[in-house]
Design a protein around this ligand. Structure first.
Ligand code: F6P
Length: 548
């Protein structure tokens, strides 16, 4: 059953939120902290290893209450149940959205078209486990009898970003295998990777849900040609495996049937790292760590499914995001992890969030008359403090930011950890409080500057503050906690999609560019010129004349 189409702006709660917004939009959060000594506790959710403090947001209790009313009118509860039970909520593609089933326990029952899909998920997992162990332990060997030393994931989008982000995030848990990722159609990317590889000891994992993606197939073909300079056709079966729903195409490429790991159309590419698409994760950190990642995600699924909305982490996060996006008209959101391990986290969520919720039509096909999808960006702190934080603190744009930090460091270097976490906490305080004119003046009095220079400098040193942040303080970066964190954002995406009344699970917006690239490519080698605007025509001609 598809989700019901309801225009959120026509609900009673939306109207009330608009009125409420006008009442509180200019209030400085520091006022609320002064008035209510319980504010931090009131707006903190403690769950498992997570401590989520959202008190430094431009909200009051009424804001949350009104969002709870909105969730009720938008039938969020019913939508969550449809999502988990395999209803075809991706209505345009007539597909269920079941990445949650990939991390469900073995005794669960989730039905798609009358079939319980849990047994086939577990059979694919068993195949992954056996294969992982055999590669890691050196049972499987390359064509000259040597053990594998390197893994290359060949994929793009969801078939690259998730595995790449997780392998990087869990480098502390990594085994001896060196993992590489080839994604870009840019031939220099694949050549740079090939430079580092020995064909005798490299295993290639071709990941493509459709097995039709130009980038992945071109890279896989280039790599195969390179490989055939050393090994013969038979050797390919020892060195190339595939993850795909398209068994026929994978076999046509030359991958042996037994080396194809299944995937299903009810797993969206950008939510697929939990499936066999996670093979390079499992190979890199071992199967039990991969299982722990899934377990963490499952725990977050249970929290999301069962927790009342007022203490439900993904639900609250979605409310905050809609509050800033639709009422404060914020243009973007930042994700700032205070760990270098999450270097690729924001990049990963750029696809998950922007490909999901970058939509302009409601579920009934009508154009939206309100803003949807957030622009996501971010880099780890403290590096980002020395890069773009100036704009967060003193720029004209309102940028709500998620601060993600871990109480324990993995190598236990307390000196560094104390400094890291002091920055993590101090930045959210600075963004909240800012620095008033009086504070700046008092500071300058103690400087050696002459009085008139002090006066000139004062406005430049004022910080308005009142910049919203949400702090995620997590015990430790373990595979399980990473699983929870990723699943948390996945469910936030879902809730936003429900409230914005859009289909978060199709991605037609990526098609047009792909189609046009195919026809432009044909023109490079033909005298026939298609009908183009003058700019596109000039660019094509400029490139066609490259040899001259
Ligand atoms: O760019 C669009 C997209 O379809 C993504 O949604 C997907 O993750 C990526 O391409 C890769 O697709 P495939 O796994 O089929 O190669």
């Amino acid at each position: 059953m598809a989700l019901k189409s309801i225009n959120p702006t026509k609900t009673k709660a939306w109207k009330k939120l608009e009125e409420h917004f006008h009442e509180i939009k200019n209030v400085h959060m520091t006022q609320w902290f002064e008035e209510d000594s319980n504010r931090a506790i009131r707006f903190t959710i403690k769950w498992d290893d997570f401590f989520v403090d959202y008190s430094k947001n431009r909200i009051t209790k009424s804001t949350i209450d009104l969002f709870l009313e909105l969730a009720e009118e938008m039938e969020l509860k019913k939508a969550i149940s449809s999502y988990f039970s395999g209803d075809k909520i991706n209505q345009t593609e007539k597909r269920a959205v079941l990445h949650t089933a990939l991390r469900a326990p073995i005794d669960s029952q989730v039905y798609v078209d009358g079939e319980n899909i849990i047994p086939k998920i577990y059979s694919a997992k068993k195949k992954m486990e056996t294969f992982t162990n055999d590669v890691v332990n050196g049972v499987l060997k390359g064509f000259t009898g040597k053990q594998f030393t390197d893994i290359v994931n060949i994929g793009i989008g969801g078939s690259d970003l998730g595995p790449a982000m997780v392998v990087d995030a869990l480098s502390f848990y990594k085994n001896h295998l060196i993992t590489h990722f080839v994604s870009n159609i840019d031939g220099d990317h694949v050549n740079e990777i090939l430079k580092k590889l020995n064909p005798e000891t490299t295993l290639f994992v071709i990941v493509s849900k459709t097995f039709t993606t130009q980038e992945t197939l071109s890279n896989a073909n280039t790599i195969r040609q390179w490989f055939l300079q050393s090994g013969d056709k038979e050797a390919i079966s020892k060195h190339f495996v595939a993850v795909s729903t398209n068994i026929k195409k994978a076999k046509e490429f030359g991958v042996e049937q037994e080396n194809i790991f299944p995937m299903w159309d009810w797993v969206g590419g950008r939510f697929s790292l939990w499936s066999t698409v996670g093979l390079s994760i499992s190979l890199s950190v071992g199967y039990s760590n991969f299982e722990n990642l899934l377990l963490g995600a499952h725990n977050m699924d249970e929290h999301f499914k069962n927790e009342p909305f007022q203490s439900n982490i993904p639900v609250i996060l979605a409310f905050l995001s809609i509050w800033y996006n639709n009422f404060f008209k914020a243009e973007s959101e930042a994700i700032i992890p205070y760990t270098q391990y999450l270097n690729q986290f924001a990049t990963y969520f750029q696809q998950a969030i922007m490909e999901s919720n970058g939509k302009t039509v409601m579920r009934n096909g009508d154009k939206v008359n309100y803003q949807t999808g957030n622009i996501i960006w971010g880099e780890p702190g403290t590096n980002s403090q020395h890069a773009f934080f100036q704009l967060l603190h003193q720029g004209t744009k309102l940028i709500p930011a998620d601060f993600i930090g871990f109480k324990e460091s993995l190598y236990g270097n307390l000196d560094h950890q104390d400094k890291l976490i002091s920055n993590f906490i101090a930045q959210t305080k600075a963004l909240l409080n800012g620095k008033t004119k009086e504070e700046v003046e008092n500071e300058l009095i103690n400087s050696k500057l002459p009085k008139d220079a002090q006066k000139t400098l004062t406005p430049f040193k004022v910080f308005e503050g009142n910049k919203p942040t949400t702090t995620f303080f997590i015990r430790k970066l373990t595979p399980e906690n990473l699983g929870k964190l990723i699943a948390m954002y996945e469910h936030k995406i879902f809730v936003q999609g429900v409230i914005w009344n859009i289909n978060s699970y199709d991605q037609f917006g990526v098609e047009l560019g792909k189609q046009l690239a195919t026809s432009v490519l044909e023109e490079f080698n033909s005298i026939k010129i298609n009908n183009h605007d003058s700019s596109t025509k000039n660019l094509i001609n400029y490139y066609k004349n490259r040899a001259k």
